[in-house]
Design a protein. Structure first.
Length: 133
C-alpha cells in the first residue's frame, strides 16, 4: 500500500532546498500516500514553442502548470531541472535514513497498483501563482 511519512516529506523538502537554493518549493503530503512538490518562487522560465502531436504549442511554465514527471522531455531545456526534482523525490528519504528507496511494481494491465508512494510535480498552484524573482 502506498504510504509516505511526515519524515520522508521533510527529507524531500530539505534536499530540494539544498539542491536548488534559488527556488522556493511547497512540499506537502496528501492523504498519506502522495507527496506534492510545487515550485513556487524563483527565476523566470523561458517561454518556448514545442512541437507536440502534430501541432506547435507555446509552453509557458511560469503559469500554473502540472508537470508530467513521466515525460520531462516535453519541457525542453528544463528537462534536467524537473528530472532532478523527481530524482530527489525518489531518493531523499532513503539518503536521510527515514525511508526506503522509491519503487513502482504496478501493473495497470491487471489493475494491480503497488508503489512506495505517489507524487505530483507542478509550478505554482491553482490559488497561488509562480512568483518570478
Amino acid at each position: 500500500m502506498a504510504y509516505i511519512s511526515t519524515e520522508e516529506v521533510a527529507a524531500i523538502r530539505k534536499e530540494l532546498k539544498k539542491e536548488f537554493p534559488e527556488y522556493k518549493f511547497s512540499v506537502t503530503k496528501r492523504h498519506h500516500h502522495e507527496v506534492c512538490v510545487n515550485v513556487m518562487k524563483g527565476p523566470a522560465f523561458e517561454v518556448f514553442t514545442q512541437w507536440m502531436k502534430g501541432e506547435d504549442r507555446v509552453i509557458n511554465i511560469n503559469e500554473e502548470t502540472s508537470i508530467n514527471h513521466y515525460h520531462t522531455d516535453w519541457y525542453g531545456k528544463y528537462q534536467g531541472f524537473f528530472d532532478k526534482i523527481v530524482e530527489i523525490i525518489k531518493t531523499a528519504p532513503f539518503k536521510a535514513g527515514v525511508g526506503d528507496l522509491w519503487f513502482d511494481e504496478s501493473d495497470a494491465m491487471t489493475d494491480y497498483f503497488h508503489t512506495a508512494y505517489y507524487m505530483s510535480v507542478g509550478v505554482g498552484k491553482w490559488d497561488k501563482p509562480y512568483e518570478i524573482v
